[in-house]
Design a protein around this ligand. Structure first.
Ligand SMILES: Nc1ncnc2c1ncn2[C@@H]1O[C@H](COP(=O)(O)OP(=O)(O)OP(=O)(O)O)[C@@H](O)[C@H]1O
Ligand SMILES: [Mg+2]
Length: 252
């Protein structure tokens, strides 16, 4: 099994307080890896290490090694992108818990980052916008109102638009932080189906609070507790809600 990422002794501290402790794990390529664990256990912080978002906070210290395969084999993250966080974030896209559409049209939401971050022609940008909207199943729903404000879309549509914006940049790895947390059951199902299709083209690392969702989607599952990765399970091991609930049961 090829790995898209290898994490070795990763420790992340904010203001000298360790939040992620000495985590070692492998992320398989073209599979869905799900991180679960109680609130505050360090899942988001761990996820944000992959695109170096933690470094935006002063007082954050990271040690250990993170290797990523962004198309040319596993290389140390610090070596590949020491000079350019933007180049890294083009290859490691992130979707946040709540949809963060820009207050511009649906079309501009996807086209703007492409204009800013790539040298693509107008023609190529148009093609990417259409393709990514198709990828998330939005094109047929909204192709007749591409120039109306993105904020008028429903919550589920907004989240799919945000995912389309990430996909348009053609990343290798997708980081998803509770991507369905703000959505209803139907919209969540839609995103789940989408992820199962997208994993053929991308490596997906996601955080989920829904144990049933984690069971449905995870090829690989990592349980976090107080900043430690305390258990790793594979689909072959049989991942059940009962098993997970017992592993992350709140301490009384
Ligand atoms: N920028 C920061 N500065 C200081 N402490 C932080 C910062 N970001 C996160 N923390 C702390 O790190 C701990 C873990 O936070 P994190 O967001 O990673 O948890 P989580 O597992 O994603 O929780 P949840 O399930 O609630 O989203 C928390 O105690 C949080 O307060
Ligand atoms: Mg979180």
């Amino acid at each position: 099994m090829k790995n898209a990422a290898q994490v070795r002794h990763l420790t992340i501290a904010f203001d000298n307080k360790p939040i992620v402790n000495d985590v070692c794990l492998d992320i398989p390529s073209h599979q869905i890896s799900v991180l679960v664990g109680r609130s505050g256990s360090g899942k988001t912080t761990f996820l944000r290490a992959f695109n170096r978002l933690n470094e935006e906070h002063t007082g954050c210290q990271t040690s250990g090694e993170l290797c990523l395969d962004l198309g040319t084999g596993l290389e140390k993250q610090s070596d590949i992108y020491a000079g350019s966080v933007t180049a890294l974030r083009l290859r490691v896209g992130m979707l946040f818990q709540t949809p963060n559409v820009l207050p511009v049209s649906i079309w501009r939401n996807i086209a703007m980052p492409l204009e800013k971050l790539t040298n693509l022609s107008r023609e190529a940008i148009s093609q990417r916008v259409e393709k990514s909207l198709n990828d998330v199943g939005l094109w047929s729903e909204i192709h007749d109102r591409l120039h109306s404000p993105a904020t008028r879309l429903s919550g589920g549509q907004q989240q799919r638009l945000c995912l389309a914006r990430v996909l348009a940049l053609e990343p290798k790895i997708l980081l998803l932080d509770e991507p369905t947390a703000s959505l209803d059951v139907l919209a969540s199902k839609h995103i789940e189906q989408l992820l199962q299709q997208l994993v053929e083209r991308y490596t997906i690392i996601m955080v989920s609070h829904s144990l049933s969702q984690a069971c449905r989607l995870a090829n690989k599952l990592f349980v976090f507790d107080s900043g430690n990765m305390v258990k790793s399970l594979s689909k072959q091991d049989g991942i059940t809600e009962e098993k997970l609930a017992a592993l992350i049961e709140p301490r009384l």
